[in-house]
Design a binder for this molecule. Structure first.
Ligand code: ATP
Length: 435
């Protein structure tokens, strides 16, 4: 497998302004990344597409946005204080730290070749902080390790105000933090990341049906983002893998250069979370069922995806190296849905009224789509830069434009150009984006 591909993508991301290492001028902070001008556009498009697919295109899902800091009792009730651990071992010889469940402890350390392990110890993954100026056990707060609990503790608030009836969902996008023992593979495993989570509340006897429904919906979502279908799979969890709250779980996985890895977990959480919060808070988070005239605790099917992992998947899947007329071409074949810039506009030469005309076209395209003007360097170089940025379309203003008001429209993937009227550009883009 092409492990080097990830290195090439990291370097392209820096070169083009998708992703920079966090606090790079100070030597960087390990496994922490900043989204640059192109990265932030693409990330936003992924989140917007998810939000539309999960929330705004449906009658029975509503959104919310909870605070990152929550009452510490939340994490006692959810089981995170007690159970959100990973087993940690150190190599006594070279001091490298590993997740004990990620390595074979019967073999020597892969870094130094010596076999001398500490006993595995449990390590809680939550970041702890203190609220207020004095650090006291009373003032402990955690950075949330998942966005889901913000939804569970608001179940009654949201249900009562949105007047939803079972089955219905509450969705949220937001930051989560985990003090991971080992990080790596670029954006794949970091300590600060973003989640897109749906908690779908159902009658307890209907969980199996909804688990199947959401597994199917979620795989389809990744496909319509342009991800290669053959590189996606749904993997059921074995008994030994299930989290403390879950009785059935599937992972949506993608075949990365470093192997099949999880993009999203879809789990039957049963009534665990609402039961726990009912018990711990003493406040009833229940649902009045108009059919049976009883208060019930709904069960929940959760679909929990990582924004950054979806972003990395789009990049890895889109990255191609091709040979064009004896030269290497690097191109990101991103779906126009997520490409940071939809259309680049170039004057062929920097004179004869062409730049002015091109700028006018940019202004017009921007009424509907993201556009970028580039007049620097040879036209071939400008095409290559946009290929690396994943820009699906390029419009060139040339000598003929000044005579008959037509332009060329270039397709990133086929590199074919067609001549169209300048006032038909937006229509042409609309048609191509709706495919
Ligand atoms: P893993 O087994 O990879 O540690 P997990 O099973 O603990 O993941 P969940 O708790 O199911 O992950 O979290 C839901 C989603 O959040 C994951 O599918 C992933 O997309 C994202 N996610 C979780 N941890 C991280 C992380 N450290 N960095 C980036 N994304 C993450």
């Amino acid at each position: 497998m092409d492990i080097k591909k990830i290195e090439k993508i990291v370097s392209l991301c820096k070169r083009r302004g998708f992703i920079f290492q966090s606090s790079e001028i100070y030597g960087g902070l390990a496994s922490t990344w900043d989204y640059g001008p192109l990265g932030v556009e693409m990330k936003r498009k992924i989140k917007n597409d998810w939000w539309h697919n999960i929330v705004t295109s449906r009658d029975n899902v509503v959104g919310m946005d909870a605070a990152i800091l929550m009452h510490p009792k939340t994490w006692e009730a959810s089981g995170h204080v007690e159970n959100f651990h990973d087993p940690l071992v150190d190599c006594k010889h070279c001091k490298t730290r590993y997740r004990a469940d990620h390595i074979d402890l019967d073999k020597p350390c892969e870094r130094c070749g010596v076999k001398d392990w500490t006993e595995p110890r449990q390590f809680n993954l939550m970041f702890k902080t203190a609220i207020g100026p004095v650090e006291d056990s009373e003032d402990i707060a955690y950075l949330r390790p998942e966005t889901a609990q913000g939804i569970f503790v608001n179940f009654s608030n949201v249900q009562a105000t949105s007047r939803q009836k079972l089955p219905f969902g509450i969705a949220q996008i937001g930051k989560a933090f985990r003090n991971e023992i080992t990080t790596g593979n670029f954006l794949f495993r970091t300590r600060e990341f973003e989640q897109m989570e749906l908690e779908f509340f159902v009658y307890p006897e209907e969980t199996k049906k909804w688990l199947e429904y959401w597994c199917n919906e979620r795989v389809e979502w990744f496909k319509q983002l342009g991800i290669t279908a053959e590189k996606l799979r749904l993997r059921p969890h074995g008994e030994d893998e299930l989290a403390h709250y879950s009785s059935a779980c599937y992972d949506v996985e993608y075949e990365f250069p470093f192997g099949w890895s999880e993009l999203e977990g879809i789990a039957d959480r049963g009534t665990f979370d609402l039961d726990q919060h009912n018990r711990t808070s003493g406040k009833k988070q229940t649902y009045f069922d108009p059919v049976s005239n009883q208060h019930i605790v709904p069960a929940v099917v959760e679909a929990s995806a990582g924004v950054d992992r979806a972003f990395l998947t789009c990049l890895v899947d889109a990255y191609h190296e091709e040979e064009v007329r004896g030269e290497k071409r690097v191109v990101l074949k991103l779906s126009p849905k997520v490409a940071p810039i939809t259309c680049a506009v170039f004057p062929l030469v920097n004179k004869a009224g062409q730049p002015e005309k091109a700028l006018k076209i940019v202004k017009d395209i921007r009424k509907e789509f993201g556009a970028f003007y580039d007049a620097g360097g040879s036209i071939g170089r400008r095409y290559r830069r946009q290929d690396e940025a994943g820009t699906p379309f390029g419009v060139t203003v040339d000598h003929q434009t000044m005579e008959d008001d037509t332009v060329t429209l270039r397709d990133r993937d086929t590199m074919e150009q067609v001549r169209i009227p300048a006032d038909g550009i937006r229509q042409a883009l609309r048609e191509r984006l709706s495919k």
